[in-house]
Write a protein that binds this ligand. Structure first.
Ligand code: FES
Length: 145
């Protein structure tokens, strides 16, 4: 499904804010969408179609201080990274195929590896599974920890 087709199916509630029948919220901010997940203990779930429509997005549930950056990494996988810089906790954003931290210039690959400091540790990466049309981010399953 193309992004335009997906967005056209959602009723507009306010400027930049959309609500779909599933409770999904899309909120554009600086060119990247925010998806509001369905929450359950230890996991966040977003419709696969929403992620496919965007290609990449921030997923943020109420109470989270930083969102999770999620993107399709290929036909077999989805990468989910906590968007909290390991230097001092600022929120990196995708720019030109990297995640850039606005505070002190750290750069991370789209898989979370440090490309440039001052950060020394990779971004926290969560296990992701795909189930029945949904993408599930497992908050209690850190990859490479
Ligand atoms: S908080 Fe990201 S580089 Fe300092």
């Amino acid at each position: 499904m193309r992004r335009r087709d997906f967005v056209q199916r959602l009723p507009v509630i306010g400027s930049g804010l959309f609500l779909g029948a599933s409770g999904l919220t899309l909120q554009a901010c600086g060119g990247i969408a925010y998806l509001a997940p369905t929450t359950a203990p230890g996991r966040l779930t977003v419709p696969r179609a929403a992620l496919e429509a965007e290609g990449e997005a921030f997923v943020q549930a109420p109470g989270m201080s930083r969102p999770i950056y999620v993107r399709r990494a290929g036909p077999d996988g989805v990468v989910a990274l906590l968007a909290s810089c390991t230097h001092n906790g600022c929120q990196p954003s995708p720019v030109g195929g990297r995640l850039l931290c606005p505070c002190h210039g750290s750069e991370f690959s789209l898989e979370g590896r440090v490309l440039q400091g001052p950060a020394e540790r990779p971004l926290t990466r969560y296990e992701v599974t795909e189930e029945a049309g949904d993408v599930v981010i497992w908050l209690d399953r850190v990859v490479g920890a």
